[in-house]
Design a protein around this ligand. Sequence first.
Ligand code: MF3
Ligand code: CO
Ligand code: CO
Length: 302
Amino acid sequence: MSTFSTGILSLRGVGVALCDRHHVEGIRLVIFGRSATREGIRLHSREDFAGMRTAGAVAAEILDDLCDAVRPGVSTGEIDDLTRTMIEERGAKSATIGYRGYEHASCISVNHVVCHGIPGRKRLEDGDILNIDVTVVVDGWYGDSSRMYVAGTANRRAKRLMDVTHDALMLAIGQIMPGNTFGDIGAAIQHHAESHRMSVVREFCGHGLGREFHLPPNVVHFGRPGTGPTLIEGMFFTVEPMINLGKPGTKILQDNWTAVTRDRSLSAQYEHSVGVTENGCEIFTLSSADRFHPTNWRRDDA
Ligand code: MF3
Ligand code: CO
Ligand code: CO
C-alpha cells in the first residue's frame, strides 16, 4: 500500500464535474477524449481491463496455491522463495523485487505486523495469522492482492478480526460504482470495523494502479460518505484495509519497512485490485478456487 502522504490528500471534495460525462438516452459518451480526471486519476479502456484481468488472475492463483504452504514450522522466507518460483513459472515479474530497495517477492505480515513484513527466518507457530501480499506484472499490467492465512488453528478473536476485515473490504467493494465517491469506500470500511469495536489503520492506504504500481489517488480506508473524488468507469485502484483488534496506531521498525501496531494488538488485511465498470466494478484478483477468505480454519470449523 502507499504511505499516507498529506500532499496527495488534497483530493477531498474535488470530484470530477458531472459535465465530463453525459448519459444521453442510455448511450454513454466519454467526451473531450479525457484519459484522466483533474485529480490525475487515469481512465482506462476496455482493452486495459483485459490486461488487468490477466495480471489479477495470476496474483490470485499464486495466493491460492500458497494456502497449501502455510503451516506451523514453515519460515516466511520459505514462503517467499515459493512465491518467487510461482511468479517465474507463470512468466510474470515481481513488482516488489527492486521496488524502493525491497528485495522480496512478497510481504508477509504475521500477527501484530500491520503490513510490509519482510520474509525471513521467522518460523510460523500454531495459531499465527498472517497476511501475504503479492504484486505481479504481466504484459506491463500490475495485479496486486493480499489475504489472510492461518498456521494451524486460529483462536476466536483472530478469526473474528479476519472476518470483520474481509467483510469490510467486500462491503467497500459493494460501494464501487460510477457516481459514488472514494469517501463512500472509506466510510463503509470504517463503519463496519468500528461497529465491531475494531479500529482502522490510518497511515497506509490503497492506491491507483495499472501500468504502474502506485498511482493517484490515495484510497483511504476511513472517511465520510459522499466526500472525495467521484468514481468513474475506467478507474483502476486497490482497496486494502488494515484493521486492528486494539488501537489504530502503528510504528515502523528499525528495518524501515515493517509496520506494527503500537499496542501490539493483532492486525489483519485483505486487498483486491478493481476496475470501475458501467454499473459497478470488476474485481481483477478474485480467487477462482474460492480461497480468498475461507482459510484453513474454515475447514476446521466445518
Ligand atoms: N503490495 C503492497 C501494496 O499493496 C506494496 C508492497 S511494496 C513492498 O501496495 F516494497 F513493500 F513490497
Ligand atoms: Co496495494
Ligand atoms: Co499489495
